[in-house]
Design a protein around this ligand. Structure first.
Ligand code: OAD
Length: 247
């Protein structure tokens, strides 16, 4: 794996580093991405499974899908890409990791602070009174979880299409995009905004933006560099090289 010297130099000399991850970083943990050939959106409909209208029309179907995804995530393990980012966090006093992923694998790999832009698969809350829900969501006989407080439908704490991102996490992610020296955008197709706009904010102000992805994306032309490869291979190598360069 050949990583151009300029990328190592920029990262070794950086004071402030920001990262955005997408589904691709968890691909090597066995979790499907969305827009690849065998991705989730090739088989399932986002309108039905990841929107308020879809949920209200058929909460049972939406819960079956999320319960299945929770099972997959519970049985998955963080991969070397997640661990390398936890290591990278320790190397900079000004570091931020924003993720579009809802699988909590960054936290399980040891990342201390993660800005969850699309929520997570672990928490749930009432769609009507917004009370948090800590009970079981996978119920027998096709039952859906209901709020013990008000009887409303319980929903997963994920961001669906048409919904706002958590304001605080987004603001923090935008703020570091405006001041970082280097921005790493990893395993994301850059197709879903506002998350996809974060590396573009950094690129516009001439921060050094590196995309790590086996394929080029629609936003690749805006970035300073592209490393073609799987994040589980590229990131450990990158961390090793930065450490060597800093010695
Ligand atoms: P996508 O499925 O759109 O993109 C995944 C990207 O990961 C693609 O560009 C792949 O080339 C790349 N990839 C695949 N394997 C990889 C690997 N081993 N290492 C590095 N990269 C790899 O997923 P996201 O960009 O995360 O939102 O999608 C953004 C949002 O769209 C998701 O958060 C989700 C989805 O709809 C919601 O559900 C709200």
């Amino acid at each position: 794996m050949e990583i151009p010297d300029i990328i190592i130099d920029k990262l070794a000399g950086a004071e402030s580093v920001a990262v955005l991850t997408g589904a691709g970083i968890s691909a090597e943990s066995g979790i499907k991405t969305f827009r690849d050939q065998d991705g989730l959106w090739a088989k399932f409909s986002p309108e039905e499974l990841a929107s308020m209208d879809g949920f209200l029309a058929n909460p049972k179907r939406v819960w079956e899908w999320y319960n299945l995804r929770m099972e997959v995530v519970k049985n998955a393990e963080p991969n070397p890409g997640h661990f390398a980012l936890a290591e990278l966090e320790k190397m900079y006093s000004d570091f931020s990791l924003a993720t579009q992923n809802i699988d909590r694998l960054h936290q399980r790999a040891g990342s201390k602070k993660v800005l969850e832009l699309h929520g997570n698969l672990v928490e749930n809350f009432c769609n009507k009174c917004h009370a948090p829900f800590h009970g079981e969501t996978a119920l027998p006989n096709g039952q859906v979880p209901l709020c013990p407080e008000c009887g409303g439908n319980i929903r997963p704490a994920v961001v669906w299409f048409g919904e706002n991102l958590p304001a605080e996490a987004l603001l923090e992610a935008e703020t570091i995009a405006r001041r970082c020296d280097v921005y790493l955008t990893i395993g994301t197709s850059g197709a879903v905004y506002p998350a996809a706009g974060l590396p573009l904010i950094a690129a516009r102000r001439k921060a050094f933006v590196v995309e790590i992805n086996p394929k080029e994306t629609e936003v690749t032309p805006y970035f300073s560099a592209h490393i073609s490869g799987a994040s589980g291979v590229v990131l450990p190598e990158l961390v090793k090289k930065i450490k060597q360069a800093r010695k």
